[in-house]
Design a protein around this ligand. Structure first.
Ligand SMILES: C[S@@+](CC[C@H](N)C(=O)[O-])C[C@H]1O[C@@H](n2cnc3c(N)ncnc32)[C@H](O)[C@@H]1O
Length: 433
């Protein structure tokens, strides 16, 4: 059987054909099929004689069909800038990983990304620059990276993004931030528009732009640190809030890692899920809350604190847990005595998954003691006291102590230990596909 032809992916910039390397030009000229956005296809000269197929919209569902339709032909995909940076390269690798029938080796020829261009123009080190994309995502995603002195590049969704970013910065107490909108980077019509977020009134410009931010916080604006234990007043709540010191200890026990999914059962104000999501941009979380007002408040807090991707399920656990994707960790902050809730959470966890449950009642504590005896883990009591004025003196005011059980689910009984055949040996290859 002849091996499948590679699929070439060529990055192209606003400078079009002139900015391409000889290798990229060679592939584009030799291609029988050219797939790409209409704007990118229009940048190619007539000598690229392959059949031009513009991407349909929506793109993702159409990709497997398009790859299948042109199997066996020399296909070159055009991408904007660096195809592997928030680009079509990722979509193609994901589709090919899912669908064996359209799989073929991928050869990517990158062009500088908009971030590389922007950093070059600004004299910013790429590694010191935080990048946030607002393409297809809400502007609130920006909040998580707003820190005094931070350099941020925002990948814009279009001409309206700079105005939207300015409004968000003003609203979050970052009005003095210097904004620089870099349009048509690398092209003949490259332009820079500059101003502070306060008073930003530039008319919508070119849709191809990135927004550079030198973040400046107003002195009285809330300061949101990067580690768990945000101030309690960072949250809107009705008293149903895991307070700061206990929350920090709870997040330490939950131990989030990139890409992991948390169920926050009895979400209350959503603080545990919010701080889980703030740990890393790839973390995912679902908050389950039976009270409608609180469920709505979880969404509000998530947007206010920069993690609008928090999924809120309004309903009572354990019934509301049915059908949710498998979690890596479960936190139970409410509903512990609901029949079957602890069992449902434990059963949903894969081997190695973590469970953490907090309570202030003796009834729930009795239950956690049983589970601790059965499954081990750690049972701890968190007693926080705050110093308060007592007449002309100072004394301790004790908060209700919180009992916390945390455990890791063991491997399934009888599951084989990983053998040498499961250990991937290092290898060297020209072809990563
Ligand atoms: C103490 S609060 C949790 C606080 C939360 N960790 C936070 O920081 O905002 C407990 C919450 O659990 C909710 N709850 C109680 N039983 C529940 C159940 N069976 N299913 C879903 N939510 C429940 C309550 O409505 C309440 O909002």
């Amino acid at each position: 059987m002849t091996p499948p032809l590679p699929l070439f992916v060529v990055g192209i910039g606003a400078d079009g054909w002139d900015g391409l390397s000889p290798a990229a030009r060679r592939e584009l000229t030799a291609a029988e099929v050219l797939l790409g956005g209409a704007r990118q296809l229009a940048l190619l000269p007539a000598e690229c004689a392959g059949e031009r197929v513009p991407w349909p919209s929506p793109l993702r569902p159409a990709v497997p069909g398009l790859l299948a339709a042109h199997a066996g032909r020399r296909v070159c995909v055009l991408a904007s800038g660096d195809p592997m940076f928030y680009g079509i390269g990722r979509t193609l690798t994901e589709v090919m990983a899912e669908e064996a029938a359209v799989r073929r080796p991928l050869r990517v020829l990158p062009h500088p990304s908009s971030v590389a261009y922007a950093c070059a123009r600004l004299g910013w080190a790429v590694e010191d620059t935080e990048v946030v994309t607002l393409v297809g995502r809400p502007a609130e995603n920006l909040v998580r990276v707003l820190h005094d002195g931070m350099r941020v590049l925002v990948l814009s969704a279009g001409a309206g993004t700079p105005g939207e970013v300015a409004a968000l910065l003003r609203e979050r107490g970052f009005g003095p931030t210097r904004m620089r909108v870099l349009e048509q980077l690398g092209g003949a019509h490259e332009q820079l528009v500059e101003g502070a977020a306060t008073g930003w009134d530039a008319p919508a410009g070119d849709p191809l732009n990135v927004v550079a931010l030198d973040c400046v916080r107003e002195p009285d604006a809330p300061r949101l640190p990067v580690v768990p234990g945000l101030p309690d007043d960072a949250y809107e709540h009705d008293g149903q809030l895991t307070k700061r010191h206990v929350r920090a200890a709870t997040l330490a026990a939950l131990a989030p890692a990139p890409g992991e999914l948390l169920w926050d059962v009895g979400g209350g104000s959503g603080s545990i899920a919010v701080e889980w999501l703030r740990a890393h941009r790839s973390c995912r979380a679902i908050g389950v809350e039976r009270d409608a007002d609180r469920a709505a408040r979880i969404g509000h807090n998530a947007r206010a604190l920069g993690v609008p991707a928090l999924r809120v399920v309004h309903g009572a656990a354990p019934a509301a847990l049915a059908g949710l994707p498998t979690p890596d960790a479960v936190f139970i902050g409410g509903g512990l005595t609901a029949p079957g809730l602890l069992d449902a959470c434990w059963d949903a966890l894969p081997p190695g998954g973590r469970i953490v449950a907090n309570t202030v009642t003796l009834e729930s504590e009795a239950l956690l003691t049983q589970w601790y005896r059965r499954h081990g883990g750690e049972l701890v009591r968190l007693a926080v006291a705050h110093a308060v004025p007592v007449g002309g003196f100072t004394g301790w005011r004790q908060a209700m102590p919180v009992t916390q059980w945390s455990a890791v689910k063991p491997p399934r009984p009888g599951a084989p230990e990983p053998g040498p055949q499961d250990t991937a040996a290092p290898s060297r290859s020209q072809d990563p596909s």
